[in-house]
Design a binder for this molecule. Structure first.
Ligand SMILES: [Zn+2]
Ligand SMILES: [Zn+2]
Length: 236
């Protein structure tokens, strides 16, 4: 994780950065964009395709994992090279890790359909809403998870209450730590709250591992010793 050099997602070679952007053709959609990063072989992937690939990988892991530990599943997803250090793919990732673990722990859901619904809803939550709306997208993703597994709609009574209380519990935990935002820390906090919430309200016990952040080297705004998951601050 200490390696900050980025590798090409197509061939694994190192990326070259130009001083001035030039038009490059995306390897996936073949649209041209002005960019200043490509690999030594000229491979370039546009932001939109990068995001789509990230969600595809998250989907794959969600549908194939056997784990009942959503934090472990989330770390697996976060380690995929298409998943950025920060980014709105976490608004799908949190709910996807939870759906998978909930299903594997005996939760009665149809996983593929549940993921598709999550993808649709989570993708609508823009980046930066933590700071601009006072409503972190990782927390919203935990609320979407509860909404989907309980079948909540705007007209539901108990399910509506549960979904809103879920988002609120995650936001409280995230808010109490304070910023700057970190999509890893905020995802872990939301997932932990969802584990407690499902035990208490839905009678499904997902496993909860102890997280030690492996991503701090990649986070320019890491809050160090203030982060509940940063046990390595002394080496930082
Ligand atoms: Zn390449
Ligand atoms: Zn593209």
């Amino acid at each position: 994780m200490g390696d900050t050099k980025k590798a090409c997602l197509i061939c694994g070679e190192e990326l070259n950065y130009l001083k001035h952007g030039i038009d490059m053709e995306c390897e996936f959609c073949h649209k041209k964009y002005n960019s200043n990063a490509s690999c030594v072989h000229g491979h370039y992937v546009c932001d939109s395709c990068h995001g789509k690939q990230a969600i595809e990988r998250i989907r794959e892991i969600c549908l194939t994992s056997n784990s009942t530990d959503p934090l472990e599943i989330a770390v697996h997803m976060m380690n995929d090279p298409y998943v950025h250090m920060h980014g709105n793919e976490h608004h799908v990732l949190v709910g996807a890790a939870l759906l998978a673990a909930f299903y594997n722990a005996g939760g009665k859901i149809e996983l593929t359909g549940a993921f598709e619904e999550l993808r649709k809803r989570g993708s609508q939550v823009p980046g930066g809403v933590c700071g601009f709306w006072g409503c972190c997208g990782a927390a919203v993703s935990s609320g979407i998870f509860i909404s989907i597994i309980t079948g909540s709609t705007p007209l539901s009574i108990d399910e509506w209450g549960l979904a809103n209380r879920m988002t609120s519990a995650s936001l409280k935990a995230i808010g109490e730590v304070g910023g700057a935002r970190c999509c890893k820390r905020d995802s872990f906090l939301a997932i932990e709250q969802a584990i407690y919430f499902c035990r208490e309200h839905l009678g499904v016990a997902m496993k909860k591992s102890n997280i030690q952040c492996q991503f701090f080297n990649r986070n320019k705004q890491c809050i160090g010793s203030r982060c509940p998951y940063n046990k390595h601050y002394a080496e930082f």
